[in-house]
Design a protein around this ligand. Structure first.
Ligand SMILES: [Zn+2]
Length: 407
């Protein structure tokens, strides 16, 4: 439970910190942020890179496309590896358009980049690259565990896409190979997470970084064991003893798929109850089915139990409106765990009972511009447009349903 709390605290906080940081460093006004179409020309942008956790501030050149050119001269760039870079006007040294079209790196090139980064982070254990249809996994946890993770990711990817296609939501294949570090133990994870995304990220058991578009995690089947599992059967046997660990892997992979399929837009103002609710909706594992994912959206009993407790001691301020209008309850360490449980319950309720409206709401969020924070009124307006004006009726129905469900 504590681990779960830590994971989500870190996960949520990291996301918010990223958005806040980005919003501070670029001034975007309504006249400059329009993203009419994704730009197709490749640029070479040189800037002074002094961001944390960079130990060695220096000039950096990134090949990519310019997603936003702000009025103050700042840029939002998407690199060929899918990483987002915010460059403030004072950091920018040179921005040159090439004659080449924007071209994402190949899976092999991403793999080389991941291995080079591990070495730069001071990781001494040898790494292996595992390629699947959509994923590039850089593993120091051995090939077998890397392949097991790759298989799990692919099954989840297929299940996620078919679930939403059936629900009437148009998604697309990822434009970039989906990258993940799978490290052999927690010590390596802490080192990489700290170097990669800062100390907040290192307190989790794994996370998806919206900025770098990468998952960072470690071998969760190996708790306390020095010998990595030799077969998928052995991994499944170990993981069955710790379903929470499997949920962590799936949870972070769901974030990555959602942000790479056009469901959520990276660096747009996605409500955290929605993005986290989505990851928790999918996180219930299906380890028994090797051919496919048969149990998308199974009842998440742990989350439901936590929500039921919350309902018993609900504070006046913990209203549905407060969850929808702002992310504050989800980033307040004292109440975050309860707010996560509530976000799962709300997501589950809406998908099971109001699927068409939920899809309509997702479509509204899909069209949100990057780097623009919505006001609480805008958040509420978007929600009510999909689910109706009377939040109190919805809240009453939702809580009545949750109490009934939990019996
Ligand atoms: Zn999450």
């Amino acid at each position: 439970m504590v681990a779960r709390h830590n994971r989500h605290e870190a996960d949520g906080q990291f996301l918010l910190r990223t958005i806040a940081l980005v919003l501070c460093s670029l001034t975007v006004t309504s006249t400059t942020s329009a993203e009419d179409a994704t730009p197709t020309v490749q640029h070479q942008v040189t800037f002074f890179d002094d961001r944390f956790p960079n130990d060695n501030p220096k000039s950096r050149t990134v090949e990519g496309r310019v997603l936003i050119a702000a009025q103050d001269g700042g840029l939002l760039i998407e690199g060929r590896d899918g990483r987002l870079w915010t460059v403030g006007p004072k950091q920018l040294e040179k921005d040159e358009a090439t004659t080449e079209p924007f071209c994402p790196l190949s899976a092999d090139e991403i793999g080389q980049q991941l291995q080079a980064d591990l070495i730069a982070f001071g990781i001494k254990s040898p790494s292996e690259i595992i390629l699947t249809k959509h994923y590039v996994i850089c593993s120091t946890a051995g090939r077998v565990y890397g392949e097991w993770v790759g298989g799990l990711f692919e099954r989840l990817h297929a299940a996620f896409h078919s679930f939403w296609k059936e629900a009437g939501l148009e998604l697309h294949e990822p434009e970039f190979p989906l990258a993940a570090f799978v490290l052999k133990d927690q010590a390596e994870f802490v080192r990489v997470a700290t170097k990669h995304d800062g100390p907040d990220a290192a307190v989790s058991k794994g996370y998806f970084s919206i900025e770098t578009n990468r998952i960072v995690m470690f071998d969760l089947s190996d708790a306390g064991k020095s010998v990595p599992a030799k077969s998928f059967a052995e991994i499944r046997q170990r993981m069955r003893k710790s379903p929470f660990n499997v949920a962590t892997v799936i949870h972070e992979a769901t974030h990555q798929i959602a942000f790479n399929s056009g469901m959520h837009v990276r660096f747009a103002d996605n409500p955290v109850w929605l993005t986290e609710g989505m990851a928790m909706f999918f996180e219930v594992p299906d380890l028994e089915s090797l051919s496919g994912w048969k149990t998308v959206g199974r009842l998440n009993q742990t989350r439901l139990d936590r929500f039921r407790e919350l309902l018993k001691q609900q504070r006046e301020t913990a209203t549905l409106a407060s969850l929808i209008e702002s992310d504050s309850r989800l980033k307040d360490v004292d109440v975050a765990e309860a707010a996560y449980a509530e976000s799962w319950a709300l997501t589950y309720y809406l998908i099971k009972n109001r699927k068409a409206d939920y899809v309509r709401y997702l479509k509204t969020l899909q069209s949100k511009p990057r780097l623009r924070a919505d006001t609480p009124e805008e958040r509420r307006g978007d929600f009510c447009k999909a689910f109706g004006e009377d939040l109190e009726i919805l809240e009453r129905d939702f809580k009545r349903w949750s109490t009934w469900r939990s019996k």
